[in-house]
Design a binder for this molecule. Sequence first.
Ligand code: SF4
Ligand code: SF4
Ligand code: FES
Length: 520
Amino acid sequence: MADKIKLFVNGVEVEVEAGKNLIDAVGAVGIEIPHLCYHPALGADGNCRMCLVGIEDGRPPLVPACKTPAQEGMKVLLDAEHIKKIQHDVMEFELINHPTDCPVCDQAGECKLQDYYMSYDHAKSRMNVPQVVKGKKMDFGAGVVHDQERCVVCGRCVRFCRQITKTGELGIINRTDDARVNIFPGRPLANRYAINVVDLCPVGAMTSKDFRFKQRVWFLKKAPGICHGCSKGCNITIDHNREKYKDDIIYRFRPRLNEQVNGYFMCDEGRLSYKKENEGRLTEARLGTKVRPIDDVLAACSKEMEQAAKIAILLSPNCSLEQMVTVQALAEKIGAALSGYSEGYIKTGDGDDYLIQDDKSANRAGLNLLGIDSSKEGFEKAVQEASLLLNFNNDLTLSYQENELTKLLKDTKIVAVAAAANQCTAMADMAIPVASFSEYAGTLINCDNILQHFAKAITKNEDLADICTIAARLGSPLQNDNERYSVLQKCISALKEFGVDQIPAEGLNLKKSEAANVTA
Ligand code: SF4
Ligand code: SF4
Ligand code: FES
């Protein structure tokens, strides 16, 4: 627990965390100090002067809150006339050359300049001189488009490329009203986190090629989620919308702060992986080549299971812990061999020393914790001995070439329980569509042994069943969420003191309590 201090804001006493600057300290208790250049991940640059406040202790009349540590007993003034005047003056400066293109700007609705104009300025422009003309629609590479005229030269994007990715592709050239952000000639943005500059930009000067003009942001609903693009499990906000007469569609993933996992950022590949939630999905149940109601396919599958002398079951390392224990219980009940073989999900050497991991699965640590064998030998032996393979969403095409897969499974009936349509579902005798991770709730353990819970974010017009439901209908003894969670509580002692809705938002670090059990 961080130390607390008491200070006064506009004469009102507030208790804040010690060791923070004024913006963050009072921001945490709901008091906004406007700021453009400061960002907690990048530190204080002190260039925008939007955060000037008064301190009643004999200091100069105005100090930048981003560079002023909160101190016990401090008397902070935010609403004095001279402070309102400076906020208005700074806004006037920022807007002298700003184009009036809010109606066509992607940032409209989440723009600090718009918000601050309404809160701290709200004055007519006094300018009757031509505005400075700068570059528009500049392709900076890596899916980032820059508009120099909208830029307030806060330098966040430049500092991100220097301090976080350490690639330094961006710089500020020229000075005063001709200052502009640019890339160096012939050297576009070329780092795997580049689109974070779009989130960091407080105005509409950095936009994402992928998202531009797709949606007005005020139509988007926001739901928390966890990226399944690799074993880091970055926290994300899932922005989605159901337009009239259409289905609920995801328009973007954005990073969501979790100091323990990903901080403020995420990688571009994970960010753009939202597309897989919308496209290429398996949507219809199939028996042989015929589309059939899911109940018919489940009935046919149950019959096959009764008749099969031996069954192998394969799990995806992306399955949630709840899905894993439900399928594991099914395997135990019917005496099936259970495997989590998924070598193809690991791209050796692809990870970096920041967020991106080699392992492109979200819950391999969960497979290990539950003692599910993931060896190739174990899987191939199980398949060769079995006459029926139930594949729960494991994309075997990542681990095998097409001809290898055909050879391996030539004598085995296959039931593909899958969220995406791929070669595995195409070669299956029965296919059962299931929800993808934005459409169900679950729990994962990341590469650092941090257990995180995520809620269902998306509800489709016709919701697909979760793997838990399918496994329960095929006979798993774990028929509901309570039963699944109590099994998890037995496996993971740290969960005993938490209900599923009480798992801390920043995740539970199992390193200490579960280290002996977790081998990932
Ligand atoms: S492009 Fe955006 S983040 Fe970069 S300096 Fe300009 S306003 Fe700041
Ligand atoms: S680092 Fe991994 S978990 Fe994080 S956004 Fe990228 S793919 Fe997703
Ligand atoms: S936020 Fe303090 S000077 Fe910009």
